[in-house]
Design a protein around this ligand. Structure first.
Ligand code: ATR
Length: 268
């Protein structure tokens, strides 16, 4: 019998996860199917329990449900520490967070080891939370810069338990960028292909620039980083790696990253 998986979120229509996971299932000849389900907050509990009752293997959980989900699905250590999960495995009935390790894998696979490095995280929302945790757990010193500075300070205070982190505003961003080895954009700036917080004149070839935005794949930030000769890592790289880690939790199999990546890049 076919084992079902899926992603729940609101909105969900543009998710690339079904394409990516179904491509991996096909490549591994697994009798599984992954769908996208539009679930409003008020139905979250029923949707998760319904999927479990229907015999689903697992779920991905996306915006805006990542925080709420751990109120009723037991969280593993990483998702507990972050305060958010993106993966539920019904075998173990546990919630996991693959965003943090997915971000670290994206950096590592591009030759960036963050241990002992200064990393500037732009933004202090949900994505910044997971990325900052992953960075701290891997020995980076993190500066969180956010348009609304108090949110950066709050996130830094919460994360201080896990490493060297502080929060600040976006003021004097040029100087903040100049002292960073790695710059990670977790803000939504870049969804508009003509917008970026950081330009080529602020960057150099020794730095790495990682943009979580994946629509467009090549954001203005990444174009500027390339012009400066910096290492660039795009949002599809991250999307594929968090997905692959979920796949592994559910199935115990390591999926073909290249297949998942190609399917996502072709679809975007
Ligand atoms: P996600 O869950 O993807 O992290 P989010 O929680 O809505 O999304 O966070 C969006 C982030 O993008 C926030 O850090 C937001 O800054 P504020 O906290 O000041 O709102 C940031 N952001 C959005 N638009 C921005 C802009 N035009 N300039 C700078 N930062 C922006």
């Amino acid at each position: 019998m076919t084992t079902l998986y899926g992603v729940i979120g609101d909105p969900i229509a543009h998710s690339l996860s079904p394409i990516m996971h179904n491509a991996a299932f096909k490549a591994l000849n697994m009798d599984c199917y992954y769908g996208a389900f539009h679930v409003k907050g008020r139905y979250l509990y029923e949707a998760v329990n319904g999927a479990r009752a229907l015999g689903f293997g697992g779920l991905n959980v996306t915006v805006p449900h990542k925080e709420v989900i751990i109120r009723f699905v037991p969280a593993d250590e990483t998702s507990h520490d972050i305060g958010a999960a993106n993966t539920i495995d019904f075998k173990t009935n546990r919630a996991y967070n693959t965003d943090a390790p997915g971000a670290i894998a994206s950096l590592k696979d591009n030759g960036v080891d963050v241990k002992g490095k200064n990393v500037l995280v732009l933004g202090a929302g949900g994505a910044a939370r997971a990325v900052t945790y992953g960075l701290l757990e891997n020995g980076a010193a993190v500066t969180i810069a956010n348009r609304t500075a108090p949110k950066a300070a709050d996130l830094a205070a919460y994360m201080r338990e896990y490493g060297d982190v502080f929060g600040t505003s976006m003021d004097n961003l040029k100087e903040k960028v100049a002292i960073a080895d790695v710059i990670v954009n977790t803000t939504t700036v870049g969804l508009d292909e003509n917008e970026t917080l950081v330009t080529a004149d602020m960057l150099n070839r020794k730095q790495a620039v990682f943009d979580l935005v994946y629509r467009p794949v090549e954001t203005k930030l990444l174009r500027e980083a390339k012009r400066a000769g910096a290492t660039t890592i795009d949002g599809i790289t991250m999307l594929v790696r968090q997905g692959a880690l979920s796949f592994e939790i559910w199935t115990g199999e390591r999926p073909p990253l290249d297949v998942m990546e190609r399917s996502a890049r072709d679809a975007v």
